[in-house]
Write a protein that binds this ligand. Structure first.
Ligand code: FES
Length: 282
């Protein structure tokens, strides 16, 4: 027993998450991280207690994945890529510009708890770097002069950004890698863009899945409710080929789903519900 007293809010979040995810540790930690924006020490102890796992095992898992943080983060997370490709295209200058604008270095949070700055080794879309991700929205070909505007847009609500006018946020148009038939559904919009339409099966269910075509968005709609952590089998709705590849998701290890990008390149996404693994190769 690691704890004698915890807040009722924390306990109810942990209890609900354990029940929902059938004691799947990573998903429980994701729920806590989502709610608090970090993993409070009390929460980790409580999870260890409820799952009857050694505390060191919970810390082992939580410290392995970069998505988890032990420190309280700002309302908005800015991640600047410093992988090799982004580095040679000026990534360090972007970090300098953000540091100058917000007065924080990578790993720090502004005093008003509005922004945290992080760096990444590669965000999976090297050819259009330098990449900056703000609250999950990807900006490509970023220049130091754009940093002020990106921060201003974040303050006023990044979701209100007019993507049509802002060419550095990019939607993709994709087709089946086997039959080359377009997978775009122009009659149905998600995030204000034509969605990607495929079919999926899990358990005994089979139905359609619509995904946002905005790279970095995780918005989906589906015919059947898909429980978190379910690994889907994905298919082309035209040739019915299963869409799978030998690439493993860098987050959860599932086999990634490949889609051809119109104009060249491939985008891979993780078929596990709730996992944010994805890669872009243009
Ligand atoms: S190096 Fe920046 S996205 Fe790969």
């Amino acid at each position: 027993m690691y704890l004698s007293e915890v807040s009722t809010e924390l306990e109810s979040i942990v209890d609900a998450s354990i029940k929902k995810h059938n004691k799947f540790l990573i998903a429980v930690l994701q729920d806590i991280q989502r709610h608090y924006n970090y993993l409070p020490e009390d929460a980790i102890k409580l999870v260890a207690d409820k799952l009857e796992m050694p505390l060191r095992d919970i810390y082992g898992v939580a410290s392995f994945y970069k998505a988890f943080s032990f420190n309280k983060k700002g309302k908005h997370i800015i991640t600047a890529c410093l992988g090799t490709a982004c580095h040679v295209r000026g990534g360090p200058k972007i970090v300098d510009a953000i540091t100058k604008e917000l007065n924080i270095k990578p790993g720090e949070t502004t005093k008003d708890m509005q922004f945290s700055l992080e760096t990444a080794a590669c965000l999976g879309c090297c050819a259009i770097g330098p990449i900056v991700v703000v609250d999950g929205v990807y900006f490509s070909n970023v220049k130091p002069t754009m940093v002020k505007k990106i921060i201003e847009q974040t303050k006023s609500g990044i979701e209100k950004t007019d993507i049509e006018k802002y060419k550095h946020i990019f939607p993709v148009k994709v087709s089946c890698p086997r039959c080359n038939h377009s997978l775009m559904n122009t009659e149905h919009l998600i995030d204000n863009y034509p969605c990607i339409h495929i079919t999926v099966s899990f358990g005994r269910k089979h139905g359609w899945l619509r995904l946002s075509s905005l790279y970095g968005s995780y918005s989906i709609e589906s015919e059947h409710e898909i429980p978190m952590d379910t690994e889907l089998n994905c298919f082309c709705p035209h040739c019915h080929t299963e869409l799978t590849s030998s690439f493993e998701c860098p987050i959860c290890g599932a086999n990634m789903v490949p889609l051809m990008i119109r104009g060249g390149g491939t985008v891979h996404f993780c078929p596990r519900r709730g996992c944010k693994g994805h890669m872009l190769d243009v």
